[in-house]
Design a protein around this ligand. Structure first.
Ligand code: DP6
Length: 326
């Protein structure tokens, strides 16, 4: 049976950075994220004994052998759970450029997990889908639930999963993703996670984590945007400070990244509440409340060397779709 799923990417407000178990992708700390309405992956999967081998295709982009093998490894996990040895056809499409710091692996593996399990005849709960998606890419477990999400790090496969802490409509936030670079990353995020411990600041980062998460949840409860933004922006600087002090250092920022950060600080100096965060890439996620979207967009659009701005509301979790890609 042909099954299609749609999943949204997510932006981490508190980051997943560093793993205590690389195979199971168990993180060293809990993380918090927002689902991104406009950063979407659609994936159709069909298992059949008519297919001599797995066939993987991404519409509009070329997948490397490494990327294809990562998808096949996830199909293997699904086949193992279902105890079926059928090859699959997978066709997938992103609404945004992959490998640029907008987590394409998150939405991609969430959509593959939901479509793949259903297509092979499994019926999994949200929690089971989240744990399974995590094995393919950590942040993918946060793209299964809806809205604002927490990933409990847990200490085993079964206890490390994400769940929604607030529905999308709880707080009308925006993530305006300023795309300054569309070329693929030079180093995989998985490799960067493994380097985290080489920074002298990594241990220090972890000691403050529980308190930071508690404070962010408090800001959510109060819908206090300034308190929220201060924590989110500080967290982005914190993770990138660790990245820049690893051995060897990893620097994702480009001159445009810094210009936009300065632009955001300039907007705040004019009493416009906007903060930023960054994932493993140079593109800047500008976070604001919905009522300031137009004002901030018109400022950002006047900045130089910007390729595109993607406007995101809090998005839904992964779901099944009637339309198919083949
Ligand atoms: C910096 O989930 O892409 O975006 O499990 O190796 O696929 P793998 O890592 P991935 O890491 C995301 C790291 C981050 C922060 C975050 O999304 O929390």
């Amino acid at each position: 049976m042909k099954i299609t799923s749609i999943a949204h990417s997510n932006i981490a407000l508190i980051k997943f950075f560093g793993k205590s178990d690389n195979n199971l992708r168990i993180p060293t700390n809990n993380s918090l994220s927002m689902s991104l309405s406009a950063a979407v992956t659609m994936t159709t999967v069909e298992f059949s004994d008519n297919y001599p081998e797995d066939g993987i295709q991404m519409i509009g982009e070329t997948l490397s052998e490494i990327e294809k093998n990562r998808i096949i490894r996830h199909l293997d996990r699904i086949r193992k759970i279902a105890n079926k040895n059928l090859s699959a056809k997978v066709v997938t499409q992103n609404s945004f450029p992959k490998s640029t710091g907008i987590a394409s692996s998150a939405s991609g593996f969430a959509a593959l997990t939901v479509a793949g399990t259903k297509a092979i005849g499994l019926d999994m709960s949200e929690k089971e889908l989240s744990t399974l998606a995590r094995l393919a890419s950590g942040s993918a477990c946060r793209s299964i639930p809806s809205g604002y999400v927490e990933w409990e790090k847990g200490n085993s496969h079964e206890t490390s999963f994400a769940h929604s802490i607030y529905p999308p409509g709880y707080w009308d936030l925006r993530d305006l993703v300023v795309v300054v670079e569309k070329s693929p990353k030079k180093i995989s995020t998985s490799a960067v996670h493994e380097m985290a411990k080489t920074s002298p600041f990594f241990v220090k980062r972890l000691t403050g984590m529980d308190e930071k998460i508690k404070c962010l949840k408090n800001a959510f409860d109060k819908k206090n945007f300034e308190m929220f933004g201060e924590i989110v922006e500080h967290e982005a600087f914190n993770m990138h400070a660790v990245m820049m002090t690893m051995n060897p250092p990893v620097i994702y920022w480009t001159p445009q990244t810094v210009e936009i950060i300065m632009g955001i600080h300039n907007l705040r100096a004019q009493k416009i509440p906007v903060y930023f965060t960054l994932d493993a890439g140079p593109n800047v996620h500008c976070i604001c409340e919905g009522k300031y979207e137009k004002q901030i967009l018109s400022y950002l659009k006047r900045m130089k060397n910007i390729q595109e701005i993607i406007v995101n509301h809090p998005g839904e979790g992964a779901y099944l779709s009637e339309g198919h890609l083949f």
